[in-house]
Write a protein that binds this ligand. Structure first.
Ligand SMILES: [Ca+2]
Ligand SMILES: [Ca+2]
Ligand SMILES: [Ca+2]
Ligand SMILES: [Ca+2]
Length: 398
């Protein structure tokens, strides 16, 4: 310990000397990171650089330091949060008030690699789902809970989102794993792994994993963002959840349920608690390419995909395995016209393989249609090559 402390002070001194002209004084606090690399055996002397509050300037994390999010870290409009490849950022295991939010007009630049992913995780010695709140992105792309240029307010951070810019850009996220997030704020609101509020398709999101989340893995509140290569393992609510008119494209996604779970995909055309207030009215209509959903077996019940509240969507090339029900369609012939989407071909599935599924489709929409009206190419689905694209940087697939 003495050696480590000495080394820490020595390095700290060099650090100070090397940074006196650096413009990032706002994050130079008690750098004892070397003593933290000791690996086990008490915590005396170890300190981290704490991050919380609203940042009105850019925040660039330094690979030589350790950081701990200890509250709500909010990047204000016009700022950029930069996280280097290979960095693990810990979050205080204190529930949903600990999160990272990228406001409308702010950006995150977090470009990891397969060998050096960026990991956002709990600081608990025995981490659990719900330890912290996860990552929240808010953009200016259309949502259907409001009309035109109006904005809505996010569940957790109470930040504005939505607008008219489908091409809005919230930055770059690449090879990022979020672990043990999804803390509950109250009976209604829970954070997820990745929460996309009105995020636009100028944003780059690829190779992301949500692992051991208390709520959803990824949740889309409207917006147009496209996401490629998603892994969701052991999400306790829905692995992929959308509402409020989400209309991006998800390509290559792998979902695996743990003991506690709700749906693989829970899809709403709009938020029925708020209403579809868009003018003209539109519903969620994403495109989903190359999706695998693995449940716990048909005898355990459950639904792989719930489609409701008028959602539309185009599903191409799926494998669904181990559920009582494959798809359950719920809606009405009024404000939540889910079945109407099937009849107009705005909600359909092409190329799918069902394995260990008792009922492929349940229609509770009030509209009359058959399984073959909804599904084409039964038996032709091949899913996604998770073994290849998920190698090295994802965890928990066993
Ligand atoms: Ca949620
Ligand atoms: Ca959900
Ligand atoms: Ca749910
Ligand atoms: Ca939902």
């Amino acid at each position: 310990m003495k050696n480590n402390l000495f080394l820490g002070l020595f390095v700290f001194t060099i650090f100070l000397n090397s940074c006196t002209t650096d413009g990032t004084a706002d994050i130079i606090i008690n750098d004892n990171s070397i003593t933290n690399n000791n690996g086990g055996g008490g915590n005396s002397g170890s300190q981290s650089i704490f991050l919380s509050g609203t940042y009105n300037e850019d925040l660039t994390l330094d690979a030589n330091n350790n950081y701990k999010v200890n509250g709500s870290l909010i990047m204000a409009a016009g700022t950029t949060l930069t996280i280097p490849a290979g960095m693990t950022v810990e979050a205080l295991a204190a529930g949903s008030d600990v999160y990272i939010a990228i406001s409308q007009g702010a950006k995150i630049m977090a470009s990891g690699t397969a060998d050096n992913p960026i990991v956002l995780t709990s600081d608990a010695s025995t981490p659990q789902a719900g330890d912290w709140g996860g990552l929240i992105l808010l953009g200016r792309a259309p949502i259907n809970s409001v009309s035109g240029t109006a904005t809505s307010t996010s569940e957790i951070a109470s930040l504005p989102y939505g607008g008219t810019d489908a091409a809005d850009n919230s930055g770059v996220i690449r090879y990022m794993r979020i672990e043990y997030s999804g803390g509950a704020a109250d009976g209604q609101s829970e954070n997820n792994g990745f929460s996309f509020y009105g995020v636009g398709n100028g944003t780059t999101v690829e190779y992301i994993q949500a692992y051991e989340g208390k709520d959803d893995g990824v949740e889309f509140f409207g917006g147009t963002v496209n996401v490629n290569y998603i892994s969701i393992i052991n999400a306790q609510d829905d692995s992929i959840d959308w509402t409020e008119g989400y209309s991006g494209t998800i390509t290559d996604a792998y979902v695996k349920h743990g003991d506690i779970h709700d749906k693989g995909v829970e899809a709403d055309g709009f938020n029925t608690d708020i209403g579809n207030n868009s003018n003209p009215v539109f519903f969620s209509k994403p495109t989903i390419n190359n999706l695998i959903i693995i449940g716990l077996g048909s005898t355990t019940g459950g639904e792989a995909v719930r489609l409701r509240a008028g959602t539309q969507g185009v599903f191409n090339n799926l494998i669904i395995e181990g559920f009582e029900k494959g798809f359950k369609l719920v809606g009405d012939q009024g404000n939540s016209p889910t079945g109407t989407g099937v009849l107009s071909n705005d909600l359909h599935v092409t190329d799918i393989t069902f394995t260990d599924i008792t009922v492929k489709m349940t229609n509770n929409t009030g509209e009359t249609f058959t399984e073959t009206d909804f599904i084409a190419g039964d038996g032709n689905g091949t899913g996604t090559d998770y073994a290849t694209w998920g190698a090295n940087w994802t965890i928990g697939n066993n």
